[in-house]
Design a protein around this ligand. Sequence first.
Ligand code: AMP
Ligand code: MG
Length: 404
Amino acid sequence: MLSVSEARQRILSRFQTKTPETIHLDQAASRILAEDIFADGDYPPFDNSSVDGFALRAEDSSAASTTLSVVADIPAGVAPTQTLQRGQSARIMTGAQLPLGADCVIMVEDTDFNVRSAGTQAPKTVTFSKNMRVGENVRSRGTDIRNGEQVLAKGRELRAQDVGLLAMLGRAQISVYQKARVALMSSGDELLGADEALTAGKIRDANSYVLAAALAKHGAEVVRLGVAKDTRESVAQTLNRAAAQNADLILSSAGVSVGAFDFIKEVVDENGAMDFWRVNMRPGKPLAFGEYRGIPFVGLPGNPVSAFVGFEVFVRPALERLNGKMDGIRIQVRARCEEEILSDGRESYLRAKLRVENGIYYAALTGHQGSGNLLSLVQADALLIIPAGVKCLPAGSEADAILL
Ligand code: AMP
Ligand code: MG
């Protein structure tokens, strides 16, 4: 049977990063940048005051009482026109451009004009007793970013602060990779909609919701195709609808084990090719990969926890490749097991709750690990990875944990 890493490699080798598109910055949050970004100038673009106060020449200040005339009033957003001479100062607001001749700013609190209420006129003179340094309370041009400096790299998932920086640089249009487009289907005669009352022998389709949410969270556009019945015809018809969606991936759940009604593998093979359908892992052994009418196909297991784990381990990396995400840090930590953990030797992903004590993570399993027990996944904040070949992890031993 294929190992998890071989299976992941086989899947990844079928995907290529999508072509870029240009979007407005309004739409940029969480998109993946498709260009390196360089500053178009110095930032801040001009020397400006970091406080409300008076701009002056440092050489005019002293620890003894000093009085300067106030010859200008400079609000933020207005370019000063006057050059300060010796003995002169200008009232200046935070963010306003420093006038020529000035080289520092004394805070209003350090002067005799300690009036900060809105609408107050500037005084005629200002008096203070303080030795000022050249550059004090001044944010000089270019101290944050130099003209031509690279500030963001291709492949980055844009965060709120990144979008703000792009706005600061005037990059209203940016190039990002097109979103992966995924056709999503469930399968099984037992499945009802989330809004339907339970009847004998039926359960509700949880997987469509788990997977649609996970796909959206990782930057994919989802086309939901509903539920295929457990007949060859219904499976073929749903897969054909999926193939008509111009999707980068067809994602299904259930119907890929060896049950008498599991037609998916057969139908995929008839109109494409199955590459593999079992992976040496737990949960999630029946995991199918192939292509259907030329489109990559991933058949996740039916049990909701298995489907989720299969998504995390195989589909999410494929989406990152499609979406061009290159800074994809899988949030993984080392954690100490609070209890002895037994495994059957397959690579196992166990649902665990973490706590931190003195900087060390401790992991406790969240109830029974049946692959249908979605509540234990809801209660978990990590998947604890028990490597292949390990049958027992004694209490206190360490394992990798993927943070959820
Ligand atoms: P199968 O692979 O079709 O044998 O399904 C395995 C298990 O997963 C069965 O118990 C199914 O009832 C269950 N299952 C299949 N699809 C879903 C779904 N969409 N939501 C919740 N459970 C499901
Ligand atoms: Mg089924």
